[in-house]
Design a protein around this ligand. Sequence first.
Ligand SMILES: [Zn+2]
Ligand SMILES: [Zn+2]
Length: 71
Amino acid sequence: MDEHCCELMTSQIVRHCDDHEDPFDCPDALVRFDAGSREYGLIIHDGGTSTIGIAFCPWCGNRLPASQRDH
Ligand SMILES: [Zn+2]
Ligand SMILES: [Zn+2]
């Protein structure tokens, strides 16, 4: 089970919208967590599947355990 920095982040990661199966289609979806690369991204709602990688949580300000690109 993945642990995130705070409840708000966790609720965003695990949230599921009944109206939009794909989070990229849901205007309420804010962040996406890639379990493979363990990277967090802000979803850009431009009709595609773009995200902006974030290194800090927008809610609690904690550094996110993402950018471990040395592996
Ligand atoms: Zn947080
Ligand atoms: Zn939705």
